[in-house]
Write a protein that binds this ligand. Structure first.
Ligand code: ZN
Ligand code: ZN
Length: 285
């Protein structure tokens, strides 16, 4: 099982050091001079994020919890799950670092960051969820750090959530009926790209509006606030030609509503976005 540690911090929309101040315990901080080190946990400096958490009441972390018998001052390859109390109730996963280095003692962050850190990771391995994506509840009431020892099935669920990129999409096994293993493998890679939260976030930022490219459906218009900025990303290269699980440009993604997305995946070979637009047009005649 991966080296995995849960770290409790205060809630913040972006952890970028910008207002509002983090929400801690049970109130939004109002002290104008109050600052929290975790406020900067996703503020990348020269390609890295420096994560703060209070390691324990004695201010050190026992790395033996991750690697039995470890006498070193740091451990690499750690998955850090950031957990915070939602102002609307419940503790949730707010983001994570993959492939992080964890230290037994707090270190000083590089300038211009302030305060200290316990974890460091490449920013490409750091995923911060938007507030609406923070759907994974953590019932365990822990302080500082928690290693979830012996909770294998719980940790598997967390890893699954991470693999889906914390996406609010769901994997439906009947999505496309591939008969061969190779086809299934390609579909899984395709869906992983569409559900990569970093890519989808960049994609959403590039959009002028959140309407479906195929049918013009607008989630906010239909559902109000709850549908605001909701749209799915569809990878326009057909699944069958999909090769690597490598980097995809946002140019390869199309914004589609959930209905059109399902229709695009229903048949092999997969229709193009344009095919589906034409199909709808013809039927309306
Ligand atoms: Zn649509
Ligand atoms: Zn798709």
């Amino acid at each position: 099982m991966d080296k995995i540690v849960f770290a409790r911090i205060a809630w913040h929309p972006r952890y970028d050091g910008k207002y509002p101040l983090p929400y801690t315990a049970a109130y939004w901080t109002e002290k104008p001079d109050a600052e929290f080190a975790e406020w900067l946990n996703f503020k990348a400096v020269r390609g890295k994020c420096y994560g703060w958490v209070k390691p324990s009441s004695s201010w050190t972390a026992d790395l033996k919890n991750l690697e039995a018998g470890s006498e070193t001052e740091s451990i690499e390859g750690v998955t850090v799950i950031w957990v915070a109390r939602d102002p609307n109730g419940g503790s949730k996963i707010v983001g994570w670092y993959e492939n992080a280095t964890m230290f037994s003692n707090l270190k000083d962050r590089p300038k211009p960051l302030k305060f200290s850190y316990l974890f460091v990771a490449h920013s490409k391995d750091c995923v911060l969820l938007e507030e609406s994506q923070r759907t994974f509840r953590i019932e365990k009431n822990f302080r500082n750090l928690w290693y979830a020892k012996d909770e294998t099935s719980f940790k598997e669920k967390v890893i699954e959530f991470l693999a889906e990129g914390g996406s609010d999409l769901f994997i439906d096994p009947v999505e496309t009926d591939f008969s061969d293993i190779e086809g299934k493998r390609k579909l899984v890679n395709h869906l992983r790209v569409e559900r990569s939260s970093k890519l989808v976030r960049k994609f959403k930022e590039s959009l002028q509006d959140f309407k479906c490219t195929v049918c013009d459906f607008d989630f906010e218009k239909q559902y109000g606030d709850i549908g605001r900025h909701f749209i799915e990303a569809h990878h326009i290269k057909p699944v069958s030609s999909y090769k690597s699980d490598g980097i995809t440009s946002i140019k390869d993604l199309a914004a589609v509503c959930s209905n059109c997305h399902r229709m695009l995946h229903r048949n092999v070979p997969q229709p193009s976005v344009n095919d589906l637009i034409q199909t709808i047009k013809k039927r309306k005649k």
